[in-house]
Design a protein around this ligand. Structure first.
Ligand code: FES
Length: 215
């Protein structure tokens, strides 16, 4: 009687309760696997489109500051400044300070938000530096702190130098978890600024030599 309840005879085309449980178990496994695959695809799909803050911004070479150590170029949509640096050709805007052991050379994308409390600072041509209107922090062309209360230099985004076919020729390197200016290799056709990949600015001492206030 019990066997009759647990199964339907093969001849009648039914399935046993054990088989039925196997099918349920298999279906559950398949469902979990499908959900996991869906989640994986969701994570792999970029969350931001190109040209949207949080995503990558294409930049043509003729959009860069034309000369090394010339005034920065404002990319409002991407919320960054592009700067072209070379302390081997020092001028009033950019030079190699005593505590900087290596020349600073290359292109950098600097986040437009002050590292103190998040105000939007701007470039002040009359003083050759970035200045924050909220509490007076100042930064050199490369983003290094000149005056506090900013706790660190300005943050930077990751850059890629691209060939004409889109191949990545070089990308920003990290030193002490700070993105370094990128020297553009031969064959660079354009740049890509990844506003989804930002690193904090350095915590070097205030740049007193800029204002001539060193002790
Ligand atoms: S937010 Fe810029 S100095 Fe305070």
């Amino acid at each position: 009687m019990a066997n009759a309840a647990a199964s339907v005879s093969a001849g009648s085309g039914g399935i046993t309760r054990r088989e039925f449980l196997y099918y349920i178990w298999g279906a559950s496994i398949a469902l979990v696997a499908a959900q996991s695959a869906g989640l994986l695809v969701w994570f792999l799909i970029p969350k931001f489109r190109e040209g949207e803050f949080g995503g990558k911004f294409p930049v043509s070479l003729d959009s860069l500051p034309p000369d090394p150590n010339s005034e920065p170029v404002n990319f409002a949509d991407g919320r960054f400044w592009l700067v072209n640096l070379d302390t081997t050709q020092s001028n009033a805007l950019m030079y190699q300070a005593e505590d900087e052991s290596q020349p600073i050379k290359g292109v950098a994308a600097i986040y437009k938000v002050c590292t103190h409390l998040g105000c939007i600072y701007s470039w002040t041509p009359a003083n050759d530096r970035f200045e924050c209107p909220c509490h007076g922090s100042k930064y050199r062309l490369d983003g290094r702190r000149i005056e506090s209360p900013a706790p660190r230099s300005l943050d930077r985004f990751k850059l890629e130098a691209l060939a004409e076919d889109g191949t990545v020729l070089a990308e920003s390197s990290l030193v002490n978890d700070v993105y370094q200016p990128l020297e553009l290799p031969d064959g660079t056709f354009s740049l890509s600024v990844d506003t989804g990949d930002r690193k904090k600015g350095n915590s070097l001492p205030l740049l007193c030599s800029f204002t001539g206030s060193c002790p």
